[in-house]
Every structure is written in structure tokens, then in C-alpha cells.
Design a protein around this ligand. Structure first.
Ligand code: ADP
Length: 471
């Protein structure tokens, strides 16, 4: 079965070429035969008519006179010419004059000619073409005799046979060449097919590093290239999956371990007072809440990767104002001043919920990682077909060497400084994924002398602002 397809192709090529050769052979031979017959037929016709009209000048048909006319006409030796008078008695025979003169020639063609009819015929017999012509000789309106011509031509037939022989040799050569070519092509194709099949098998076994070399610009080459692209994509997805699983399990491990420890302490310590038990149970509750937040965010990340966004017209000023309103309590609790300078007409095409989460996360971080009496300033404006959202804070900032990692999943600059907040290290990675999914960019840089600036940029929505407007 391994060579089934290729064998089918090879047999099909061969069958097509064989059928074409057969048709060409048959058509050519038949047409050549027709041409030879046609030429023989018309040459007999011309010859017979010429002799008959030449003899028509005589009053009666007698050997001497007929012989003189024949000498003048000088007909080819290959044709036997017999002339009879009107009683079918031979008066001239180009082959055997002496023996046949005076004999009656009782051929049906002669009797038809003596009745005034022309008879022409050509047949292929015993490797030769025999042509016959019988024409009446008319003088002054009377039929005075008949001319009978008989031609036995082996030359044209042998030419025909030569042609058939050459055709056969050429056909056999073409057939053999086509068989060799079909087999070579089938083998080449099967080699490339095997390479592709091997590629699929290896990929199916989970080896995403191997690549195949098929080459060529045809369909098989295309399949090979697609397979390599697929392997590349699978490799990336697999790497992402592995990183995600290990990060997620690592992050879930810490609160789970804390819950186990706290629960064990309560169970194993019979003499624990009520207040301590309540405190431990409260801690368990906090860890459980942290677990909930992490799983919630993991779910959000999965949703981000799986769903296409349903876009609407979003006014970033409204989204920013809403987020700031909600976060004012947190800012007040931390002693952080929250202010904004928000331009109108900063519209973008996006999912409102997604954008709200982005803005909320960045402003929340600016408050969370701030210092008492610090400040957070939100700037929103549009420029050159783009909308910019800048969030500046005067907080603790991120060390230069840690800056490239803050958008990574589960990355936290310092466990100690944010452990209390139940932080997961997922917020900024969700922000980045969301922003990029909406065709935007997000960057973070340190501010002098302290704090951070987060800059989000989206393409400005250039529609009329009415379609699906969120405001
Ligand atoms: P988390 O849930 O820990 O806040 P994020 O992904 O939102 O996770 O942030 C990643 C890390 O980046 C945080 O742990 C924090 O240390 C740092 N970070 C984020 N925003 C700021 C900011 N405005 N100032 C200082 N550090 C920040």
C-alpha cells in the first residue's frame, strides 16, 4: 500500500500515453492508406480517359493504329493496357499482343464500358494495390471499343509498410521512455511523500523541533512548508503551555501550603485559645481569597487567548473617570493624591470591559506601590491618530534590572513589598495581552527622582463615533 498512489499515477500516465499512441498509429495508417488509394484511383482515371480520348480520333480500332497511338502516348510499363473493339475482342495488349490479339475479353468491366459506363477500382491485395479502369472509346458519338487498364503497384504498398514500421519503432521507443519516466517520477514523488509522512509522524509523537526538507514549488513542497510552519507554531504553543502550567502550579502551591499549615496548627494544638483560632481561620480565609483571585485571573488569561474581542466604541475618558472614582477610597487609605487631566474625544474601538480592566490595573498599581503623601497623575490625550494614557506615580518604582520582567506572568518585583496585597504577578501580563489584542502598546519606565510612568497607546477610532457607542 506504501506505493499504491504512486503506482496508480504511473499506470495512469502509461495508459494515457499508450492510448494516445494507438490512436495516432491507427489514424495515421488509415489516412495514409486513403491517400494512396485516392492517388491511385485518380491516376487510373486520368490515364484511362486520356487513352480513350486519344483512340477516339480513330474510326475503327485496329492493332497498327492503336499501337501507333500507344507509342505516342508512351504510358508507363507498370500499367497493362488492353484495347478491345466494340465486340470485346482484344485489338491491343501491352503485355502479350501476339498471344491475345483477337481473343474476347469477357470482363464485366468491359461490357459496362461498351454500354458507355466508366469503371474505376483500386484494391489492396497480396501486398500490392491493384487498380483497374475501363473506359469506353467513343468516335463520332459511337462506342467503337473499350480501354482496359490494370495496374499492380507494390511500390506504394512497401512505402506504406515502411511508414508503419517506423511508426511502430517510434511508438515503442516513446512507450519505453514513458514507462521509465513514469517510474522515475513516481519514485521521486514517493520519496517526497515519505519525507512528509515521516514529518507528520514525528510531529504526532510530540517532537516539535524536527523540520523536514521537501523542496520544490509544487503542491508537495507547499505541504512540506506548511508542516514546518505548523511544527513551529506547536513548538511555541507547547513552550507557552509548559511555562503557564509550571508558573500556575507554583503560584497555587504557596497559598495552598499556607492553608495546610494553618489548618494543621489548629488541628494539632488542642490548647489553642479561641482568639488564636479565629486569627488562624481568618488567615486561612485570606489565603483562600488569594487563591480565588489567582484562579480568576488565570481564567481571564485563558479567555483572552481563546476569544475574539467584540469591539465597540469606547471613550477612554469615561473609563478612566470610572476607574479613578472606584480607586479613590484605596488612594485615600494610602494617603495618595489621585488627580487626572483627561481630554475629550479619546475614542478607541475595543471591548469596554477589557479596557476598564487595563486602566484600573495600572492606576491600582500606581496607588498600591506608592508611598504615603505620594501622588498619582492620570493623563489622557490624542495625538497623530493615536490615543495616549499616561499614569505617573511618585511611588517606590521598579529597579532598572527588573523592569524588563514586570509584564511577565507571575512576576513580582519583591515578595516582601506586596505579599500583603494578595498580589499575583498576573495583573500586568493581563494588561499587556489585552492592550496588544486591541492593537495597542504598553510600556513602563522609571521616573526621576522616584516613581514610575506607565504609557498605554491605542489607535484613535476614526469612525463617526455613533456605532456601538458605549457612552
Ligand atoms: P501584582 O498582582 O503583583 O501587582 P502586576 O503584574 O500588576 O502584579 O505587577 C507586577 C509587579 O510589578 C508587581 O509585583 C510590582 O512589584 C511591580 N509594579 C507594578 N506596577 C508598579 C508601580 N506602579 N510601581 C512600582 N512597582 C510596580
Amino acid at each position: 500500500m506504501r506505493y499504491g498512489l504512486q503506482l496508480k499515477y504511473a499506470v495512469s500516465y502509461f495508459a494515457i500515453i499508450l492510448a494516445s499512441l494507438l490512436v495516432i498509429n491507427i489514424l495515421l495508417v488509415v489516412r495514409c492508406k486513403e491517400l494512396v488509394f485516392e492517388s491511385k484511383y485518380s491516376s487510373m482515371q486520368n490515364q484511362g480517359t486520356l487513352i480513350a480520348s486519344s483512340l477516339g480520333a480513330l474510326n475503327t480500332l485496329r492493332f497498327d493504329e492503336v499501337n501507333k497511338v500507344m507509342e505516342l502516348l508512351d504510358e508507363p510499363d507498370s500499367t497493362r493496357i488492353i484495347v478491345t473493339d466494340n465486340s470485346a475482342a482484344i485489338v491491343y495488349d501491352s503485355v502479350d499482343n501476339d498471344g491475345n490479339n483477337g481473343k474476347y475479353l469477357l470482363y464485366s468491366e468491359i461490357s459496362l464500358a461498351l454500354q458507355g459506363k466508366n469503371v474505376f477500382d483500386a484494391k489492396l491485395r497480396d501486398g500490392a494495390i491493384s487498380g483497374k479502369a475501363c473506359v469506353p472509346v467513343t468516335s463520332k458519338g459511337n462506342i467503337i471499343g473499350a480501354v482496359y487498364l490494370f495496374d499492380y503497384d507494390t511500390e506504394q504498398v512497401s512505402m506504406l509498410q515502411d511508414l508503419v514500421r517506423v511508426l511502430r519503432i517510434v511508438s515503442v521507443v516513446v512507450l519505453v521512455a514513458s514507462v521509465i519516466l513514469s517510474v522515475v517520477l513516481a519514485l521521486l514523488m514517493s520519496r517526497r511523500m515519505r519525507v512528509i509522512l515521516h514529518g507528520f509522524r514525528v510531529l504526532g509523537e510530540g517532537d516539535y523541533d524536527s523540520r523536514i526538507e521537501v523542496g520544490g514549488k509544487d503542491a508537495l513542497g507547499q505541504v512540506g512548508r506548511e508542516l514546518n510552519d505548523l511544527a513551529e507554531r506547536l513548538k511555541k504553543t507547547e513552550a507557552m503551555r509548559q511555562r503557564f502550567v509550571s508558573d500556575a502550579s507554583h503560584e497555587l502551591k504557596t497559598p495552598l501550603a499556607a492553608i495546610t499549615l494553618l489548618a494543621d496548627s489548629i488541628v494539632q494544638n488542642d490548647s489553642m485559645d479561641k482568639d488564636t483560632v479565629r486569627e488562624f481561620v481568618g488567615d486561612i480565609g485570606q489565603e483562600a481569597e488569594r487563591l480565588r483571585r489567582i484562579t480568576q485571573r488565570l481564567l481571564e488569561l485563558t479567555r483572552l487567548h481563546n476569544n475574539a474581542v467584540k469591539k465597540e466604541t469606547v471613550n477612554l475618558k469615561t473609563v478612566s473617570t470610572d476607574s479613578m472614582k472606584t480607586l479613590r477610597t484605596l488612594a485615600a487609605k494610602r494617603g495618595v493624591t489621585l488627580s487626572g487631566q483627561l481630554d475629550d474625544n479619546c475614542l478607541i474601538a475595543a471591548s469596554k470591559d477589557d479596557i476598564h480592566q487595563v486602566v484600573f490595573n495600572i492606576i491600582e498599581n500606581a496607588i498600591k506601590y506608592n508611598v504615603p503623601d505620594g501622588s498619582v497623575k492620570v493623563l489622557l490625550f490624542s495625538k497623530d491618530g493615536k490615543v495616549f494614557l499616561l499614569v505617573d506615580d511618585t511611588g517606590i518604582g521598579v529597579p532598572e534590572d527588573k523592569l524588563p520582567h514586570i509584564f511577565d506572568r507571575f512576576y513580582r518585583v519583591d515578595e516582601a513589598r506586596n505579599g500583603e496585597e494578595g498580589s499575583s504577578g498576573l495583573g500586568l501580563s493581563i494588561v499587556k495581552d489585552t492592550v496588544e489584542k486591541h492593537g495597542g502598546t504598553v510600556t513602563a519606565k522609571r521616573r526621576e527622582p522616584c516613581g514610575m510612568r506607565f504609557e498605554v497607546c491605542f489607535p484613535l477610532y476614526s469612525g463617526d463615533g455613533t456605532a456601538g457607542g458605549s457612552e
